[in-house]
Design a protein around this ligand. Structure first.
Ligand SMILES: *Cc1c(COP(=O)(O)O)cnc(C)c1O
Length: 396
């Protein structure tokens, strides 16, 4: 007889396979740059979050190596005991300056940053208004907090206003917070932050923006909040060091008082070892570079516009994106999967994203152009799209 664990796992894995939701992981044998190697084949990479190419930047590599030589490979303790090094402090000062806030606090990942920060701020006596398309780490952070989760329809400001009004009038909650992604990663659309801030002011909501996909991309690199000039109006700005910044980690930027509180209450700060010297030094170097020049952002946006125009001119339908995220809508889930597979056979790596990550019938290929791509790579990708698109009768 199978053990309870084995039968549970077999059933669940089979159920996922039956629904076509069992993902096989591809293994890279190269760095995650504009060209990657999988199974000994070189592919044009349109799947990474390495927006600015910083994951493979020589200055960041050098900073990481220097940090290892000076500080070792591990921080040796959690931040609140003695794992905080001058590198962490310098990174946090740089982040606060970059974001235009009084202070900042770095975490080991964006995911644990949301888990730790949200649950340090709200609890079971509170309510959180959360956009229906918010990232999994926001959803988990909200659940962990025990607060009442009130979902509003994606970027639907009437729905948010109505639900904020009801929550306020019920007088059931000590505190209320609205939480949203700055850039939504499946469509590339941008949160309506000016309206959200206005509603928050009207109903006394705290505001929390997760700018994982906006940092380094929007607002000359400083993110979506800065893009809208709202750095004094958004209470809690969260971001990652793992997407455009190219390394790993997360952070919260805001008032000094907020950071003081997180240092004594955010559980990943208190109970999980500090990020490594190498990661911290590399992230610090990236933030300094982003502050010094917007050349990489300019290149990213130029490449994104070029790819988006090329695909539209061929007759493909893109999601209503406002950022470099370039989803090509295919529709049927199976055709989207086949499309991605055919792209790979032709030398282009781009992932299919299907239900339940996106609504049923809106299966898509999500393309992530970066500053590190050159025109020849993008032209080749567009050529391959034309071939596969005609073959699968998505375009004429
Ligand atoms: C990727 C992402 C995270 C998690 O960040 P990591 O640094 O990869 O853990 C959190 N929020 C959003 C919106 C994201 O896209």
């Amino acid at each position: 007889m199978d053990s309870p664990l084995t039968s549970f796992l077999q059933n669940e894995i089979q159920a996922k396979k039956d629904k076509g939701l069992y993902n096989e992981v591809d293994i890279l044998s190269s760095e995650n740059g504009p060209i990657i190697k999988i199974n000994d084949r070189e592919l044009i990479n349109l799947a990474s979050n390495n927006y600015l190419g910083l994951a493979t930047n020589p200055a960041l590599k050098e900073a990481a190596i220097d940090a290892i030589n000076t500080f070792g490979v591990g921080a040796g303790a959690v931040r609140s005991i003695n794992g905080t090094m001058t590198l962490h402090q310098e990174l946090e000062t740089a982040l606060a300056e970059f974001k235009g806030t009084q202070a900042a606090l770095a975490f080991q990942s964006g995911f644990n940053c949301n888990m730790g920060a949200i649950s340090a701020i709200i609890d079971k006596n509170d309510a959180v208004l959360s956009d229906a398309l918010n990232h999994a780490s926001i959803i988990d952070g909200c659940r962990l907090s025990g607060a009442k989760i009130i979902r509003y329809n994606h970027s639907d400001m009437e729905d948010l206003r109505q639900k904020a009004k009801e929550a306020k009038e019920s007088q059931k909650y000590n505190k209320m917070m609205v939480i949203t992604d700055g850039v939504f990663s499946m469509d590339g659309d941008v949160a309506l932050l000016p309206e959200i801030v206005e509603i928050a002011e009207e109903f006394g909501l705290m505001t929390y923006v997760d700018d994982a996909h906006g940092s380094g991309v929007m607002g000359k690199g400083a993110g979506t909040v800065k893009h809208f000039g709202l750095q004094d109006k958004v209470d809690i700005q969260m971001g990652t060091l793992s997407k455009a910044v190219g390394v790993i980690g997360g952070y919260v930027a805001g008032k000094q008082l907020l950071i003081d509180w997180l240092k004594v209450s955010a559980r990943p700060f208190l109970f999980s070892t500090a990020s490594t010297p190498a990661d911290t030094a590399a992230a610090l170097t990236a933030i300094k570079q982003l502050k010094a020049s917007d050349q990489l952002q300019t290149q990213l946006w130029e490449n994104a516009r070029y790819l988006q125009k090329g695909l539209k001119d061929l007759g493909f339908t893109l999601s209503p994106t406002e950022t470099p995220i370039t989803p090509v809508i295919i529709g049927d889930e199976n055709i989207a999967q086949t499309f991605s597979k055919r792209l790979m056979e032709e030398g282009v790596y781009a992932k299919a994203i299907v239900f339940p990550t996106v609504p049923l019938g809106t299966g898509r290929i999500r393309n992530m152009p970066t500053a590190a791509h050159n025109k020849a790579m993008l032209d080749r990708a567009i050529e391959v799209y034309e071939k596969v698109g005609k073959e699968l009768a998505i375009i004429e």
